[in-house]
Design a protein around this ligand. Structure first.
Ligand SMILES: Nc1ccn([C@@H]2O[C@H](COP(=O)(O)OP(=O)(O)OP(=O)(O)O)[C@@H](O)[C@H]2O)c(=O)n1
Ligand SMILES: C[C@](O)(CO)[C@H](O)COP(=O)(O)O
Length: 382
């Protein structure tokens, strides 16, 4: 529990406007605050994550459950929220990073740079040198110029030796623009590490468009958790007049034998999802020894696997299923199977592929003793 990250998200975002405080508005498919939390959750140097929320947002049930974090009610001013977060750090905390939820574009490189600088100084923060000319102005007129030498634009995460910043915050008498100001008032030396333009603080309505662009560009493969799973299943033929494949009843002179409805395609896709999640297989979640699953519709299994994926924070990228049989012919039913599978999975049909092959009359499928199915599924968490 050596290094904590405190994400302050208890402001009301009045300057940004919108139907919800800025940290709850959607950006690239997730609330701003979730992008920020994930950036710290996936950094290997962070041991504990503390999220400071407005009490109204906690009461409204907005606190996220994934990534796992300690939820703390914030205060009226930013520094009240920071102090609440500091007080909630686990015993033994050595270093702490304090970051605005409103900066979702923070990179792993900035987090690493601040952490590394803390090995040398009790405080460190990212900043960018001012590059524009600076004026003073009044009533729409320039009234003077300001030398920009030695001026920086401060960003977060601002990092500190934990005990030192806790004591500094507890002792600080008045307002403070940021935690560096509090640290300096307590006499701490603060190192400057390079900030980045992409680490912008969403403050005004236009900033959402910029932040969306930045997050879109940042979504590189190294930041996305992609899981691949495979599934394989076989059911033998028995007496009957139809087979159920990928949720569709297909007329046939035989049926498939099984404990459930023997939907071999749906079972393979279900196992591919469980496999991608490293959560075993259908048998583990729905034991064949349990009589309640006798003759069960396989969509129960598929829906369970899809919901489990969502609960674990994944979206289903795609599924691809190959049915192996000489007969019945799958082609005429493939579109209906695709639509039904997509409906159960809760995804767009363009993400579902159902295809078939014969085995050239070789083996048990070639001899029409049964049907086999193979499936692949991808899951994505960003
Ligand atoms: N009482 C407060 C005020 C601010 N913050 C957080 O501090 C960060 C930086 O503050 P700012 O950008 O000023 O956010 P708001 O106070 O929400 O914005 P505004 O001033 O426009 O209302 C934000 O992530 C904000 O949620 C906080 O945790 N508690
Ligand atoms: C902490 C900060 O993000 C550093 O730039 C900034 O001071 C927050 O400013 P605000 O006045 O709360 O918008």
């Amino acid at each position: 529990m050596g290094t904590a990250a405190i994400i302050v998200a208890a402001g009301r975002g009045t300057r940004a406007g919108g139907p919800l405080p800025k940290q709850w508005q959607e950006l690239s498919g997730a609330p701003v605050v979730l992008h920020t939390l994930r950036a710290f959750a996936r950094h290997p140097g962070i041991d504990q994550l503390i999220l400071v929320l407005h009490p109204d947002d906690i009461a409204a049930g907005r606190a996220p459950s994934d990534p796992p974090c300690t939820i703390v009610p914030g205060g009226a001013e930013r520094r009240d929220s920071v102090l609440a977060g500091l007080e909630a750090c686990a015993p033994g905390t050595q270093k702490v990073l304090i970051h605005d939820a409103a900066r979702p574009g923070v990179s792993a490189a900035i987090i690493s740079a601040v952490l590394a600088a803390l090995d040398e100084t009790p405080a460190a923060a990212p900043a960018l040198p001012v590059t524009d000319a600076l004026w003073r102005g009044e009533k729409g007129r320039v009234t003077g110029t300001q030398d920009r030498t030695g001026l920086y634009r401060a960003q977060t995460p601002q990092g500190f030796a934990y005990a030192a910043i806790l004591a500094a915050h507890r002792a600080h008498p008045g307002p403070a623009a940021d935690d560096v100001e509090v640290a300096r008032a307590a006499g701490l030396e603060v190192a400057i590490v390079p900030g980045h333009e992409d680490n912008l603080k969403i403050t005004h309505p236009d900033d959402f468009t910029r932040a969306e662009r930045i997050l879109g560009a940042q979504m590189d493969i190294s930041q996305i958790d992609i899981r691949l799973g495979n599934g394989y299943d076989v059911h033998r033929f028995c007496e009957g007049d139809h087979v159920t494949l990928c949720g569709i009843d297909v007329p046939h002179e035989r049926a498939l034998d099984g404990h459930s409805d023997a939907d071999v395609g749906m079972h393979a896709v279900t196992d591919a999802l469980y496999g991608a999640l490293a959560q075993g297989d259908i048998g583990r979640h729905f034991p064949p020894s349990d009589p309640q699953w006798k003759g069960a519709a396989s969509e129960i299994f598929l829906a369970h696997a899809a919901n489990l994926a969502r609960e674990m924070g994944f979206t289903i990228g795609n599924v691809d299923c190959t049915l192996v049989c000489e007969r019945p012919k799958i082609g005429p039913h493939a579109d209906a199977m695709q639509a039904r599978m997509a409906e159960i999975l809760g995804i767009d049909p363009t993400r579902v592929s159902i295809k078939a092959t014969t085995s050239e009359r070789l083996g048990f499928t070639g001899r029409e003793e049964g049907i086999a199915a193979l499936a692949t599924a991808t899951l994505v968490k960003s």
